[in-house]
Design a protein around this ligand. Structure first.
Ligand code: ATP
Length: 308
């Protein structure tokens, strides 16, 4: 088996406007800054792993518009294998319209566009590369059918991680059963389990609920408090604290964590899961030191060599 990481997921172009406050309904507000960025959970996670030095293959779908072509070139510069990045005609690339206020509040509208067209057929076309990978990573921003296909054809070939994001109330039961590791943040865990005010002290309830829904290994991230994990063989959760840092912007921390976790599972197969999570916490902590999403994802050269 190779060390390659296969990611089946989304690409989004982020259009971010910064304004003093959110506009009221019907109001036009003059903002004070605008940025465009490469995003999408699949791409962010894939790029994190690639920047850490992993060999990565990305199965995704972009529009054949100028933004899609630009994104494809960007992925090439990140050393991602783009053989299975599809450029679709007659549809725009996935976009996220984001408004951020001076107080850090934000509202986001995502239009999946080409991401929704990623089909099971596209996944089957990448079957050889997916099955050869030692880790498969999926999220909830690409089509459900494509995600299910990827998990089905990968079962038994290596470790699959499903990041249950963005938050959904009910997850297709096969996804939870097929995923070797199901990873969510506290908000996503609250929605799926129906537990309000999820904290470390009542995290076992969420873990038990996720096991009852069919999960194998569960990870819940808690921002600056780190992450917990539990598995079928060790159902009581273990807490791995985060690094203590002065956060500048936590956007994308979850994606940095997943991409880094995939890296350590693929390249340090002998490490216990707890140690891989500890190292993923360290990489994710690096990503909160800079603003932006992909722009804040660290490179291997930024990380102490002892981590590798
Ligand atoms: P995102 O902001 O991208 O949506 P998320 O909500 O999916 O992130 P979090 O639970 O906030 O994910 O963070 C994921 C991981 O990132 C944490 O487990 C932790 O390792 C790291 N992290 C997040 N925030 C901080 C912080 N303030 N200080 C240190 N580490 C952090």
């Amino acid at each position: 088996m190779s060390n390659t990481i296969a990611v089946v997921g989304s690409c989004m172009i982020d259009f971010i406007t910064y304004s003093s406050r959110l506009p009221k309904i019907g109001e036009t507000l003059i903002g004070n800054k605008y940025e465009q960025g490469f995003g999408g959970k699949g791409a962010n996670q894939c790029v994190t792993a690639a920047r850490l030095g992993a060999s990565t293959v990305f199965v995704t779908s972009l529009g054949s518009d100028s933004l899609g072509k630009e994104y494809l070139e960007k992925l090439k510069t990140e050393n991602v294998d783009v053989t299975h990045v599809k450029l679709q005609n007659n549809i725009h690339s996935g976009i996220a319209q984001i408004i951020v206020t001076e107080t850090g509040e934000n509202v986001i509208v995502i239009v999946p566009g080409a991401n929704a067209l990623l089909s099971p057929k596209d996944v089957v076309e990448a079957k050889e590369k997916i099955q050869a990978a030692s880790v498969l990573v999926c999220q909830f921003e690409a089509s459900l059918e494509a995600t299910l296909e990827a998990l089905k054809l990968y079962k038994g070939h290596g470790i699959s991680i499903v990041n249950g994001a963005p938050a959904v109330k009910s997850v297709h039961p096969d996804i939870l059963k097929l995923a070797d590791i199901f990873c969510v943040n506290e908000t996503e865990a609250e929605l799926i389990t129906g537990i309000d005010h999820l904290m470390l002290k009542n995290a076992q309830d969420a873990v038990d609920k996720l096991f009852s829904l069919g999960c194998n290994t569960v990870i819940i991230t808690f921002g600056a408090q780190g992450a917990i994990h539990a598995s079928q063989s060790q159902k009581k959760f273990v807490h791995t604290p985060a690094e203590v840092v002065k956060a500048v912007d936590t956007t994308g921390a979850g994606d940095a964590f997943i991409g880094a976790l995939a890296y350590f599972l693929a390249y340090h197969k002998d490490l216990p899961l707890e140690e891989s999570i500890k190292r993923a916490n360290k990489i994710a902590a690096q990503s909160v030191l800079k603003s932006g999403t992909q722009t804040s994802l660290p490179y291997r050269k930024d990380i102490p060599a002892t981590l590798f």
